[in-house]
Design a binder for this molecule. Structure first.
Ligand code: SAM
Length: 286
């Protein structure tokens, strides 16, 4: 997968070369190019923003700067700083692979009616976007080329986004109902969620199956050694060696936590008889 990020703060993207993403770069599964938007500014001050039409506070990012930048990135002619992996990881063992399971990609791509599937995906983070969620991460993990446009100030002139639809499949997405200062942190969030799902980056598909949202539920609590710590015991069932009981316990804990913290998620979950019986014990009648 190729990621290109256009930003006025290239240093902000440095975390993309660490840990698992750094490992993916080292393995050749991922390459990341970071582009300084000011390289496309044409005035002596390298300005990228101007006051908004119609008045109001703040500044808006200029179309004459963003347009050529996105054209050049789509054409593959834009100068980039290529991120290099921060650490040699290859020699390290991974604990994420589930033995005997192939690293296969997720099914389904995010291609809308009338869109050319060969165009790169352009992701424009904005609090006014569609909420980013795990199904997006799964679909985008199949992409060969994703470009991110990091807004600042009051955001990017809307015509940039509208015009980019000629060269990209454009998605305006939000990472949550709050307002950040810029799009860079949103890019880190989205890139991490997507890249970990590329086959071979974090074990295989089975390694993600128990993660929160994989089956629509939040994941329940996890424990490691020692069995007793500060007077707190690990739940007995986890040390019983009875796999069926352990699986049931995990499922029940996921149901319980989802009911307590995100009850609205239960509406989209396929519940069997045992699930319903357990939820009923907890007072859920849905
Ligand atoms: N005026 C915009 C609004 O109210 O919708 C907010 C602009 S915000 C201060 C500047 C930039 O931060 C945005 O262009 C976007 O790139 C990024 N940003 C802020 N909050 C975000 C969120 N929740 N999700 C994704 N990107 C966000």
């Amino acid at each position: 997968m190729r990621l290109d990020v256009v930003t006025i703060f290239p240093e902000y993207l440095d975390p993309l070369r660490h840990a698992l993403l750094g490992k993916a770069i080292e393995q050749g599964r991922l390459s990341v190019g970071v582009h300084d938007l000011r390289g496309w500014a044409t005035d002596v001050h390298k300005s990228v923003d101007d006051s908004p039409f119609g008045g109001g506070p703040g500044m808006v990012m200029k179309p004459e700067v963003w347009g050529p930048a996105l054209d050049d990135v789509a054409a593959g002619t834009a100068a980039a700083t290529e991120l290099e992996s921060s650490l040699p990881h290859l020699a390290r063992p991974t604990h994420d692979d589930v033995e005997g399971v192939e690293a296969t990609p997720y099914e389904g791509r995010d291609v809308r009616e009338g869109e050319d599937p060969s165009l790169p995906l352009l992701i424009v983070p904005t609090p006014a976007g569609k909420p980013f969620a795990q199904p997006d991460a799964r679909a985008w993990s199949r992409e060969e080329h994703i470009v991110f446009a990091c807004g600042r100030y009051e955001g990017i002139d809307q015509r940039v986004v509208d015009d980019a639809a000629h060269r990209y499949r454009v998605r305006e997405v939000s990472i949550g109902d709050y307002v950040l200062i810029g799009g860079e942190v949103a890019v880190l969030v989205i890139a991490e969620a997507v890249v970990r799902l590329i086959p071979g980056v974090l074990g295989n598909k089975r390694s993600h199956e128990e993660d929160s949202f994989s089956d629509g539920l939040l994941e329940g609590p996890s424990y490691t050694k020692p069995r007793e710590w500060r007077g707190l015991e690990v739940p007995e069932v986890l040390t019983s060696g009875n796999h069926a009981l352990v699986d049931r316990w995990h499922r029940d804990q996921a149901l319980k936590r989802t009911l307590e913290r995100r009850p609205e998620l239960l509406e989209g979950v396929a519940l069997d008889k045992k699930d319903r019986a357990y939820l009923k014990e907890l007072g859920f009648e849905g």
